[in-house]
Design a binder for this molecule. Structure first.
Ligand SMILES: C[S@@+](CC[C@H](N)C(=O)[O-])C[C@H]1O[C@@H](n2cnc3c(N)ncnc32)[C@H](O)[C@@H]1O
Length: 267
């Protein structure tokens, strides 16, 4: 891979939870008394930012604040509004795999810079909004119609409306014509019920006319994993695991996997 960003290799000591408002590299770099930088184990490092164990107020009430370095190299804090748990509950909080994928894209911005992207099952939209801030040419953030107001609020709050649009898209149904060809499909934590697997694969096929790279992350909500993997074996998608060395040093964790999928035999 080329264009890898130079990363601050400083590694972290464990921090207590609820300190997500700052970049771990700012907060957690730590010199021992002897001046030697210590490294926490991966589990403790991920504890700094993981949210799925947090109280409801952090997950459904307060906005999630996510620090990134944008396309122009400036630091920026994304404000991702969340909402009380309801029938749209899965869509109204930011899931850990969205954070892992957002940080992966930040590390490898060439994955999205200048690209036409679509996010499936966007929820609060962290991955799509990050792609827009990193320099994607266009990002369609999609979900059920009833989940679009929160998504729209987040696009407006983060001033990405020039590049990003929210579009209703239910997996397995016709893809709205305004979406057209895409280069990248973003999907985080959308593999959580068996009934969705077939329509989801149908949508991935329908969007694969331009042979997009599919960046697919999933975490604890992996109830449909077996069904999805079996369906994938029967389909023409190949799947490559993104290894932990390629993920952000800090924003990765043992319960989130990231894959890149692509339709085979498409050139
Ligand atoms: C667990 S949430 C993940 C949200 C977001 N991607 C994240 O990682 O923070 C799953 C999302 O998929 C959406 N979703 C579930 N089934 C869907 C379907 N059949 N068609 C479209 N969106 C769907 C939900 O509304 C929800 O926003």
């Amino acid at each position: 891979m080329t264009g890898r960003r130079k990363k601050d290799k400083a590694v972290l000591l464990a921090l207590p939870p609820h300190q997500e408002q700052q970049q771990p590299s700012e907060k957690a770099n730590h010199q021992s008394q002897g001046g030697e930088t210590k490294k926490a184990n991966p589990f403790l490092r991920s504890w700094v930012w993981k949210r799925e164990h947090r109280p409801a107020v952090d997950r459904f009430k307060k906005p999630y604040l996510h620090n990134i370095t944008t396309a122009g190299g400036s630091p920026r804090t994304l404000v991702i509004h969340q909402a009380p748990f309801s029938t749209a509950g899965f869509a109204s909080t930011v899931w850990d795999s969205a954070i892992v994928l957002a940080k992966y894209m930040e590390r490898w911005p060439e994955k999205v810079v200048g690209k036409r992207c679509i996010e499936l099952g966007s929820g609060c939209g962290l991955a799509g909004i990050t792609a827009a801030c990193l320099g994607a040419e266009k990002v369609f953030l999609t979900d059920f119609m009833e989940n679009l107001p929160l998504l729209e609020q987040n696009c407006v709050a983060n001033r990405v409306m020039e590049v990003a649009s929210t579009v209703p898209l239910v997996w397995g149904r016709e893809v709205p014509s305004e979406i057209g060809d895409v280069d990248v499909i973003l999907a985080t934590d959308i593999m959580y019920y068996d009934d969705a697997v077939k329509p989801l694969l149908a949508t991935l096929h329908a969007l694969s006319g331009h042979n997009p790279h599919i960046l697919f992350a999933y975490g604890r909500n992996r109830q449909a994993e077996e069904t999805f993997m079996r369906a994938l074996e029967r389909s023409n998608f190949c799947m490559k695991r993104i290894e932990e060395e390629e993920l952000d040093d800090v924003y990765q964790c043992v319960d989130v996997d990231v894959f890149e999928l692509q339709l085979i035999g498409h050139h």
